[in-house]
Design a protein around this ligand. Sequence first.
Ligand code: 9UX
Length: 72
Amino acid sequence: EKETAELDILGMTCAACSTRIEKVLNKMDGVEQASVNLANETGQVEYRPGLLEVEEIIARIQKLGYDAELRG
Ligand code: 9UX
């Protein structure tokens, strides 16, 4: 089973920010594929709901110093 979380990510100011978030998310257990778009201030994360909850993804981004919330 696989879910895709569409996130708004706030506080990124340079390309290293989005790369950093992407790398960290892609290393999380349960994340299949994460991509972060600096220009749009969004992120798309494919994850396995049995292993990970979207709140944990958001908390991990916040721990890096950015804010994130579920879109829509
Ligand atoms: Mo760029 Mo982002 O120097 O925390 S990496 S601002």
